[in-house]
Design a protein around this ligand. Structure first.
Ligand SMILES: Cc1cc2nc3c(=O)[nH]c(=O)nc-3n(C[C@H](O)[C@H](O)[C@H](O)COP(=O)(O)OP(=O)(O)OC[C@H]3O[C@@H](n4cnc5c(N)ncnc54)[C@H](O)[C@@H]3O)c2cc1C
Length: 413
C-alpha cells in the first residue's frame, strides 16, 4: 500500500496535531502518523501557558474544551518555610492571563476531532515511521511506515518531524543536535489533592536547600508532584527503598506525608523524567521540517513544552500553505518556508530556555549564602509587579499583546 499527500506529519502530539489541523483548515491535504493507538498518555505536559490558551481560543478549541481544564490563578514559591514569591495572574492585563491545567489526552482528542471535520485531514494511529524516502535530488519525499495494515509508504512534498524529544526522524535525516543535560532529573508522581490544606488554583514550588518540588493541581482531584534527584540518581534512590522517597516529600510538603505512604506502594507508581534540553541548529532540510520537542526540547520548568509546540504549529502552517498556493509546494519554496519559520521562532525558544536555565541554577543553589541570595532575589522580584511581569513574560506572554480584548474566562471570574 502507498499514499500520496501534500504534508506527512510524523507524531500526533500537541505539535503534530495542531499543525495538521491548521493545514487542513487551509485546504492543504495532510496525513498524520502516530505510533500510539490511543491518546492516553500519563505524565505528559498538562500545564498550558496563557499564550497557548489564547491560541487555542483563536483556533476555536477552547469552547470544545470547556469543562476539561482548570484555570490557575497564582504561583507561590516557598523557600525554607517562607513564602518568597507570589504572582497573581489576574494582575496581568492580557486577554488570557491564566495558565490552565488540561489533560493532554483531552487536548489531543479535541484536536483530532477538529481535524476530522476537514476533508484533507487523515490521522493514522498505531502507525510508526520507520524510514525516510528521498527523491532523485536528495530531498526527503515522505516516509516508510509500519501500520496495523502492514508496511506502507507515504509520499509527500513536505515531511514534518513532530515526533518528540527522542525524534527518530531527526536522526534518520542526519540533522545535528546538541543535547544539554541538566544537573538533576525529576521524579513525578500523582496523589489525591489535599483540599483540606491547599486551594487548587495555585502552582506551588517548595525549596529546601538544594532540593525543590513542584506541586501542580491536576484534574480530576489530584496533585502532580515533581521533585529533583541528582542526575542519574534513580538507581541509588531505588536502592534506598521507598522510605527515601517518602522522606524527601516529608521535607518539601508535609501536607502530603500520609497520602504518599498510602498511594505510592511501588516505584511503578512514579515516573522519572530525564531532564535535558536539545539545541538543534537547523530545523529543516530539503523536504523536511522539525517542530515541537523534535526541534527544541525544553525542561519542565514553567510548562513550556506544549506552549512552544502549539506556537510552532501555528507559525509554520500559514507559511507552508502559502508555499503550496504560490508554486504548488516546490522543494525550494517549502524549504524557504521552513527556514523562515525557524527564524521567527528560535529567539522565543531561546528566551524560554534561558529563563528555565536561570531558574534551574537558582534551584540548585545550596549553603547559607546561596540560599540567602536566592530568597532575596525572589523577594525583590515579587515586590515589584513590573519585574514579576518581565520575568514571567519570557515564559507566558510572548505572543499575546497587553490590553487586547479581555478574556471571557477572566470576565467570568
Ligand atoms: C513527564 C513529563 C511532564 C511534562 N510536563 C509538562 C507540562 O506540564 N507542561 C508542558 O508544557 N510540557 C510538559 N512536558 C513536555 C511536553 O509534554 C512536551 O514538550 C510536548 O508534549 C511536546 O509536544 P510534541 O508534539 O513536540 O511532542 P510529543 O508530545 O512528545 O509527541 C510526539 C509524538 O510522536 C509520536 N512518535 C514518536 N516517534 C514516532 C514515529 N517514529 N512514528 C510515529 N509517531 C511517532 C509519539 O508517540 C508522540 O505521540 C512534560 C514532559 C514529560 C515527559
Amino acid at each position: 500500500m502507498s499514499m500520496q499527500t501534500s504534508v506527512c506529519v510524523v507524531g500526533g502530539g500537541p505539535a503534530g496535531l495542531t499543525l495538521a489541523v491548521e493545514l487542513a483548515r487551509r485546504s492543504v491535504p495532510v496525513v498524520v502518523l502516530e505510533a500510539s493507538g490511543h491518546f492516553n498518555r500519563s505524565f505528559r505536559g498538562e500545564s498550558v501557558s496563557p499564550d497557548s490558551v489564547w491560541l487555542l481560543d483563536r483556533l476555536g478549541l477552547l469552547d470544545r474544551l470547556d469543562g476539561s481544564y482548570v484555570q490557575m490563578h497564582r504561583m507561590e514559591i516557598d523557600d525554607s518555610g517562607h513564602t518568597v514569591f507570589r504572582a497573581e495572574f489576574a494582575d496581568f492585563r492580557y486577554p488570557h492571563p491564566f495558565p490552565v491545567e488540561l489533560p493532554q489526552p483531552t487536548l489531543l482528542a479535541a484536536l483530532a476531532e477538529t481535524g476530522a471535520g476537514h476533508p484533507g485531514f487523515r490521522l493514522l494511529q498505531g502507525a510508526t515511521a520507520t524510514g525516510l524516502l528521498y527523491d532523485g535530488e536528495g530531498a526527503v519525499a515522505g516516509v516508510r511506515a509500519r501500520t496495523p495494515d502492514g508496511e506502507t509508504e507515504i509520499r509527500a512534498s513536505l515531511t514534518v518531524a513532530a515526533d518528540g524529544r527522542f525524534s527518530k526522524v531527526r536522526d534518520m535525516a542526519g540533522l545535528a543536535y546538541r543535547k544539554v543535560p541538566l544537573e538533576r532529573d525529576v521524579i513525578w508522581l500523582k496523589l489525591p489533592f489535599p483540599y483540606d490544606a491547599w486551594d487548587d488554583r495555585t502552582y506551588r514550588v517548595r525549596i529546601r536547600g538544594d532540593q525543590h518540588g513542584l506541586f501542580i493541581p491536576t484534574r480530576p482531584d489530584s496533585v502532580r508532584v515533581g521533585f529533583n534527584i541528582p542526575k542519574g540518581g534513580l538507581r541509588e534512590m531505588r536502592g534506598q527503598g521507598l522510605p527515601a522517597l517518602y522522606e524527601r516529600l516529608d521535607l518539601l510538603a508535609p501536607e502530603l506525608s500520609a497520602t504518599v505512604r498510602e498511594q505510592v506502594r511501588s516505584w511503578s507508581d512514579t515516573s522519572m523524567l530525564d531532564i535535558f534540553t536539545t539545541v538543534v541548529p537547523r530545523w529543516s532540510a530539503p523536504g523536511l521540517a522539525l517542530i515541537g520537542d523534535a526541534a527544541h526540547t525544553l525542561t519542565p520548568i514553567l510548562g513550556q513544552g506544549v506552549n512552544h509546540a502549539i506556537i510552532d504549529a501555528v507559525t509554520l502552517a500559514p507559511r507552508v500553505a502559502a508555499a503550496f498556493s504560490d508554486d504548488g509546494g516546490s522543494t525550494a519554496s517549502l524549504l524557504a518556508a521552513a527556514e523562515a519559520f525557524q527564524r521567527s521562532r528560535e529567539g522565543s525558544v531561546a528566551r524560554s530556555r534561558a529563563l528555565q536555565l536561570r531558574q534551574e541554577r537558582l534551584f540548585t543553589l545550596d549553603g547559607a549564602m546561596g540560599s540567602a541570595w536566592r530568597r532575596t532575589l525572589y523577594r525583590v522580584v515579587s515586590s515589584s509587579p513590573r519585574l514579576t511581569r518581565r520575568v514571567l513574560a519570557g515564559a507566558y506572554f510572548q505572543v499575546q499583546r497587553p490590553g487586547e480584548r479581555v478574556a471571557k474566562v477572566q470576565a467570568a471570574l
